[in-house]
Design a protein around this ligand. Structure first.
Ligand SMILES: [Zn+2]
Length: 642
């Protein structure tokens, strides 16, 4: 009993720390998160644009450890991750610890919280073999049995094998040291994903996993799993119907999630206030979900905070009518209740045009619950330790931004207005490109047509429809479990408005055809349901990856918008003159609706947007103060009246 009470108290305390991480109060920045060995080994430009081989790198690091936190404080930046363990072996890396500690102390003295950077995806064998002679048995192998290496030219970085318990257990005391003697506020595992390993241990464990599954004969056609080989990566794409391939994905995602559950337990034992975070890149990327163990709901269960790094700097490519945004990602993580920093900037490579609209990603973050990021502190030049010109250009903009957040805090903290829900059955989007695209096209239509949307994120066991759902859209979700179909039918029969497109419900949650679709015939004849056999499509490419490559919907989304009207969906206001490259985020405020308009094509000035709301009052739009650059970025319309 006593143990239980203690566990409960620890839980409450840890929750309190996490609750204090309010994105509206947080401003993320970068510590120097690589050790000098990493810069030297790489030689070329790396994090923050630092020339690894330059003669001043160590001097810069020295400055960073002592002086940079003052600059962070001056700019109002109050959270960062900083170097601690890069995967070179603790015996090697602990020599740098006094410098690391100097930074942590300086950061805390300036009100900056610091997470310890721990590399999840690397074994630097050149440094680590001296400490761990059996290191080769910790490393991952590719399908041909060769060592797997980190991407790019990093032949000196082996990837670890996630089924190696010795490696997992090796990281735990390092992590614990960070949040006890190390003085860090938490840890951030970078690259918390894993490419498929084909080592003998993984093969054995995979076969053992398969042997324990039910219905082997029915599912695989045979029951003796002793001679099975894990399928090659090449089959993990498109429509994944190979049951072995499916199980490889599930088994590996579960394994990484178990590792993080263990990290979470051990971290809180060492320091209940410490924060566990991890960088899972763009968790909506289908390839990563399939081959790198990214299963968002599973990962989230073990994290206090998420870093989601991608190359999706907000922009509109007019020549190709292509919008690049983190709205999908930020809305998904908000739905899951996961505080996050969704990194998209790469300070060393920002174009002059991007630099001109420096506030754009910060606004995108703050409107959708992400933590705004600024990397000015990590942008050194050869003649100075930070880029003074950049700093002077950004300082007033950051000031404008902070004033905006302060003035509009009530609005920004209000709940989002998301009456249209898109069904997001995570497992289906992993096993089926068609489901992945189906969700993607509905999102793209809602974004471009300014339909206020959110998600219902569902696993095959359960589909819970939240109370604020006015219309539920099932966009070509071919793979749905019977339980998911039952929930949809029950909801529709009670009068819930439903738009279903394409071949939804044709297959079960494992992409196996039903004899009879458990959805379509049961929804027939209901006046509150529109079923359209033709699915919505893209006019060109659709790729959610490091950088999204998403073309416009082929009919501009007209059919889906018409279907929403057919089931009786009406917005409480009407927007006129809002081009597709201006995205809207609407909040449900105390006295009505706050319509935030963000211009993804700011080199084209915002048109004169009109908001009409008969019976309600629309207040004169506000921009972010009277600054020329930011005036083309953003408008806020208050629609007053319930
Ligand atoms: Zn392995």
């Amino acid at each position: 009993m006593k143990k239980l009470v203690i566990a409960f108290l620890i839980g409450i305390e840890a929750l309190a720390v996490v609750a204090a991480m309010d994105p509206l109060d947080m401003r993320w920045t970068f510590g120097a998160h690589e050790p000098i060995t990493m810069y030297r080994r790489k030689g070329v430009k790396t994090t923050g644009g630092i020339e690894g081989s330059s003669k001043w790198t160590d001097e810069w690091l020295n400055w960073f450890d002592t002086e940079s936190p003052k600059l962070m404080k001056e700019l109002g930046l109050n959270w960062c991750h900083a170097r601690f363990y890069k995967g070179m072996g603790w015996e090697f890396e602990k020599k740098d610890y006094p410098n690391v500690r100097r930074f942590v102390d300086a950061a805390h003295a300036n009100g900056v919280h610091v997470l310890a950077y721990i590399q999840f995806m690397t074994l630097y064998y050149e440094n680590m073999l001296a400490e761990i002679p059996e290191l080769a048995t910790w490393a991952a192998k590719d399908y041909e049995g060769r060592f797997r290496c980190y991407h790019g030219n990093s032949y000196y970085r082996w990837l670890p094998c996630i089924s190696c318990d010795e490696w997992v257990d090796y990281l735990i005391p390092i992590m614990k040291f960070a949040v006890t003697e190390g003085g860090f506020d938490g840890v951030m595992f970078d690259n918390a994903t894993s490419k498929i390993c084909y080592c003998e241990r993984c093969k054995r464990k995979f076969r053992e996993h398969l042997a324990k599954l039910p219905d082997l004969e029915q599912r695989f056609g045979f029951t003796d799993m002793r001679f099975v080989q894990p399928p090659p990566e090449s089959v993990l794409k498109g429509e994944i119907k190979d049951a072995l391939a499916q199980e490889l994905i599930f088994w590996r995602s579960r394994m990484i999630s178990d590792i993080f559950a263990k990290f979470h337990r051990e971290l809180k034992k060492a320091n209940p206030n410490a924060i566990l975070s991890a960088n899972v890149f763009e968790p909506r990327c289908a390839d990563r979900m399939r081959t790198e163990c990214v299963d968002i709901p599973q990962m989230i269960a073990n994290l206090d905070f998420m870093v989601a790094q991608s190359g999706n700097y907000p922009e509109y490519d007019a020549a190709n009518d292509r919008l690049r945004t983190r709205f999908r990602l930020l809305k998904t993580l908000r739905t899951l209740g996961m505080p996050n920093v969704a990194l998209c900037d790469n300070d060393s490579n920002m174009t002059p045009e991007q630099e001109k609209y420096y506030l754009l990603p910060l606004l995108e973050d703050v409107l959708l619950g992400g933590v705004p990021t600024d990397r000015t502190v990590v942008s050194p030049g050869a003649d100075c330790f930070y880029d003074k010109h950049k700093l002077e250009r950004r300082r007033p903009l950051l000031g404008l931004f902070n004033t905006f957040v302060r003035n509009e805090r009530g609005m920004l903290a209000s709940r989002p207005y998301e009456p249209v829900k898109l069904l997001f059955p995570v497992q289906s989007t992993i096993l089926s490109d068609r489901c992945h695209r189906g969700l993607g096209v509905a999102e793209e239509i809602c974004l471009r047509r300014h339909v206020p949307f959110g998600y219902i994120i569902s696993n095959p066991d359960a589909l819970i429809i939240p109370e604020d759902t006015e219309v539920l859209v099932v966009s070509d979700q071919t793979c749905l479990s019977e339980a998911q179909c039952d929930s949809l039918v029950t909801w529709a029969k009670k009068g819930g408005k439903l738009v279903v497109t394409g071949d939804s419900g044709r297959c079960d949650e494992l992409n196996r055809q039903y004899q009879t679709n458990p959805l379509k015939p049961r929804l027939a004849g209901l006046a509150n349901v529109v079923w359209r056999d033709a699915s919505d499509t893209f006019s060109g490419r659709f790729s959610i990856s490091w950088a999204h490559n998403i073309s416009a919907p082929s009919d501009n989304g007209d059919r889906l918008v018409a279907d929403l009207a057919k089931v009786g969906f009406r917005m409480p206001y009407e927007l006129r003159n809002v081009p597709p490259w201006v995205l809207t985020e609407v909040k449900r405020t105390q006295d009505g609706y706050a319509v935030n308009c963000l211009n993804f094509n700011p080199s084209t000035p915002l048109p004169e947007i009109e908001v009409l709301a008969p019976g309600r009052v629309v207040r004169k739009p506000t921009a972010i103060e009277e600054d020329t650059a930011s005036r083309s970025l953003y408008r806020l319309f208050d629609v007053v009246g319930q």
